[in-house]
Design a protein around this ligand. Structure first.
Ligand SMILES: Nc1ncnc2c1ncn2[C@@H]1O[C@H](COP(=O)(O)OP(=O)(O)O)[C@@H](O)[C@H]1O
Ligand SMILES: [Mg+2]
Length: 328
């Protein structure tokens, strides 16, 4: 089976003034097979969004991207903008945190979805595209789809708008869906409904899903595998079970501590301190100033990913002993 998405040593730099560059993504290796769900998890500023924006050439002008990102074997980095536009919204669908800004507020939602369809397939009539928008609304469980397609974005609740956004992302039957914090703006009940929807879609349509979130709890029941990011690097990755039950990185352990327990008992544990700025990254392991296991050696060098027999973990003193270096 061909890999759906594979990044190798993906790096992103932003201009830092005086001709200098600041590295925001420091060599990220990810892979996703067709139909798989990859959760990318980490606090705000860890590089989750820019990594995905780099694939789709959505970064602001001036950003420098190096390394490789292949979609079904095709290199995306440096791909001609016209070809990337073909992929975007067709083979690769995107869902973002704020669907209100993704829709044009003065156009009916159905028309916007229909336009997304006819943009990529000129042979489809407007009428047929509107019918397809209705079918998509049904697919994402929006009640009264025939009525809803002729409404405007402000007539939708937050949860319904997110469903409509997902319908739009699915309009051209993508093979890969990138969902960046799709539930962050929603209340807990609606959040659970959207996650259920993504789970069903993955099962029914067999699409690959990259689910970006700062909340490990969100990916726990949905992702096959997880990449934990900190300061522009992957610090731990593995199957969801291994990341939860054979946690090797103190940062991952901290994030798991921050997941409310199901019975609702006990206070939430916090990771003290704040994530580093790309312009002023701590020496060595950039998590060391916040890590309760830190030792002097942590400041000496950036740890590389080592395999523990369960997860790949980048830590000088992992909670599970490493066995082998990870071949890149
Ligand atoms: N246009 C930009 N110029 C400079 N730095 C940026 C720009 N966009 C993002 N960054 C930096 O890149 C880092 C990663 O950002 P982002 O991917 O948005 O984080 P996340 O999605 O994990 O919260 C952040 O530290 C942010 O400050
Ligand atoms: Mg983000």
């Amino acid at each position: 089976m061909n890999t759906l998405l594979e990044t190798k040593d993906l790096r992103i730099e932003f201009p830092a003034g005086d001709g200098k560059w600041a590295e925001a993504l420091c060599g990220v290796d990810l892979s996703l097979d067709p139909g798989e769900v990859l959760g990318i998890v980490g606090e705000s500023g860890s590089g989750k969004s820019i990594a995905m924006m780099a694939l789709l050439q959505l970064l602001p002008k001036g950003a420098r991207v190096t390394g490789s990102a292949r979609f079904k074997g095709k290199e995306l980095i440096g791909m001609a903008p016209s070809r990337i536009r073909q992929l975007r919204g067709k083979s690769i669908g995107c869902v973002f945190q704020d669907p209100l800004s993704a829709f044009n507020s003065v156009l009916r939602i159905g028309d916007q979805i229909a336009e997304a369809i006819t943009l990529h397939d000129r042979s489809i009539s407007k009428r047929a595209a509107l019918k397809e928008a209705e079918r998509l609304f049904e697919l994402v469980a929006i009640p009264q789809p025939a009525k809803r397609v002729s409404q405007y974005p402000h007539e939708f609740s937050g949860g319904m708008r997110q469903r409509a956004m997902i319908a739009m992302a699915l309009a051209n039957r993508p093979e890969l869906l990138i969902a960046d914090e799709p539930t962050t703006a929603l209340d807990v009940t609606v959040q659970a409904q959207i996650l259920d929807l993504l789970r069903d879609l993955r099962k029914d349509l067999g699409i690959g899903l990259v689910l970006i979130t700062h909340d490990l709890g969100v990916v726990a029941g949905l992702a096959d595998k997880i990449a934990v990011m900190y300061g522009g690097r992957i610090v731990e990755r593995g199957t969801t079970d291994d990341v939860f039950y054979h946690t090797a990185h103190p940062y991952t352990a901290g994030l798991i501590g921050a997941v409310p327990s199901l019975d609702g008992d006990g206070p939430l544990q916090q990771i003290d301190g704040t994530p580093p700025s790309i312009f002023n990254r701590p020496a060595g392991c950039s998590f060391h100033p916040r890590c309760s296991y830190t030792q002097p050696a942590c400041q000496a060098g950036v740890p590389s990913l080592m395999n523990t027999g369960h997860t790949d973990c980048a830590c000088h003193f992992p909670l599970v002993k490493p066995r082998a270096e990870v071949a890149e």
